[in-house]
Ligand binder design. Structure first.
Ligand code: UD1
Length: 365
């Protein structure tokens, strides 16, 4: 059987749980040789190292060490450095995950070097081109040859865009990792470390440029968090991007002085999922958390105008707040009264075996 060298690209925090699903598939596909490539888009220990430890990911065979920069600088640097790796160590196939700059940059390199390219989480669309991630999704899907879709809307989007025989509906690798790690997560009960009651606090994560970069948007969001903290304790691990803007606009100091806030540095996957699991509700702008709360049946209020993951609204516990702060307050009341949405637990193919399906298809290339 021909050996197939597969590069798997990671670069940012949400990539690690997706790659972890792929690396944890039992060694059934003996012809696949998986090589982890880390672009270095994220580099702080709490954004990277902790995930390698918790997921027991293998050490990357190559670190591109690109670091931060404008979109063009970051994307260009990844392309230059990954191209060199590809020319010296030619993979037979490359798998990119998600929608970050590392995803699109490595996809472009592969397309030009004529390396077969698979996109995990293909077809998701917010239809909002002001989001850098939407541009990355469109670029990557337009040049990938294996499109691995996580939900039915993604399959529809890809069909509408004219992709035919390359679409594979495989399920959700993020949820593979959730199922695998859940027993460890349940042992943690992280909320006790903060003296909080189970189901008696809100868990908050925010990092999108549309929420945090602009001082006016940030002010609106922070005013709502202040309102929330007057009703229940708020646990808020802060992304480096968010911390920069909270500090710049004086909000970190204000929140620190308020009794209801627990402001944390970025935390690991196990700690984060433990805090989600025992929370009364989650407020987020992350894609992954919309999916995880859907599976865990936890109310999720998403501070965005749109979502590329509509199944979390159709079948899950997710509500898009769209800067409608009356809606936000109504949702809070419903959550407190116990009359908020419940998840339908039968999400097609979110069954813990998506990565297995992906590798089976790769092994047959
Ligand atoms: C990136 C992704 C976003 C994803 C997010 C998850 C793109 C365009 N965006 O956004 O889709 O949801 O990761 O976290 O790829 N920084 C640090 N330490 C780090 C990494 C970043 O301090 O380890 C700071 C730097 O000031 C940097 C800023 O965070 O300039 C933003 O980092 P960047 O990688 O550009 O984008 P994210 O906001 O993290």
């Amino acid at each position: 059987m021909k050996r197939i060298n597969v590069d798997i690209i990671v670069g940012t925090r949400p990539n690690f749980m997706k790659a972890a699903a792929i690396f944890s598939v039992p060694h059934t596909f003996n012809n696949l040789y998986l090589r982890l490539i880390h672009t270095g888009q994220h580099y702080d220990a709490e954004m990277v190292d902790i995930f390698f430890e918790q997921f027991k990911l293998p050490a990357p065979v190559c670190c591109l060490e690109v670091g931060s920069g404008t979109h063009a600088v970051q994307t260009g640097e990844i392309m230059k450095r990954y191209e060199q790796w590809v020319q010296n160590n030619r993979p037979d196939l490359c798998l990119v995950v998600g929608d970050v700059n590392s995803t699109a940059a490595c996809a472009i390199v592969c397309a030009k070097e004529r390396i077969r390219l698979g996109h995990v989480e293909a077809g998701l669309r917010s239809f909002d081109r002001s989001m850098p991630e939407e541009i990355n999704r469109i670029i990557t899907d337009s040049i990938a040859e294996l499109l691995f879709a996580s939900e039915p809307s993604a399959v529809q989007n890809l069909r509408r865009e004219g992709h035919g025989s390359y679409i594979y509906f495989v399920g959700n690798v993020m949820i593979d990792t959730l199922f695998r790690m859940r027993p460890q997560v349940e042992l943690l009960s992280m909320h006790r470390n903060f003296g909080l009651k189970k189901k008696g606090y809100a868990f908050v994560t925010l990092h999108r440029p549309s929420n945090v970069d602009d001082p006016h948007s940030l002010k609106e969001v922070c005013e709502q968090l202040k309102y929330l903290s007057e009703r229940m304790p708020v646990v808020f691990p802060i992304h480096p991007r968010t911390r920069k803007y909270l500090q710049l606009n004086g909000w970190e100091e204000k929140f620190s002085a308020m009794a209801g806030f627990h402001l944390l540095d970025p935390i690991g996957y196990l700690e984060s999922l433990s805090l989600v699991l025992d929370s009364q509700l989650v407020i987020t702008d992350s894609g992954g958390l919309q999916e995880e709360t859907t599976v865990l049946n936890i109310p999720c209020l998403t501070f965005r105008d749109n979502t590329e993951r509509p199944i979390t609204i159709e079948q899950g516990t997710n509500t898009l707040i769209k800067r409608n702060w009356n809606l936000f307050r109504e949702c809070l009341e419903r959550i407190e009264r116990g009359t908020y949405l419940q998840s339908d637990t039968r999400i097609p193919l979110w069954d813990g075996h998506a990565a297995e399906r992906i590798l089976k298809i790769c092994s047959e290339q």
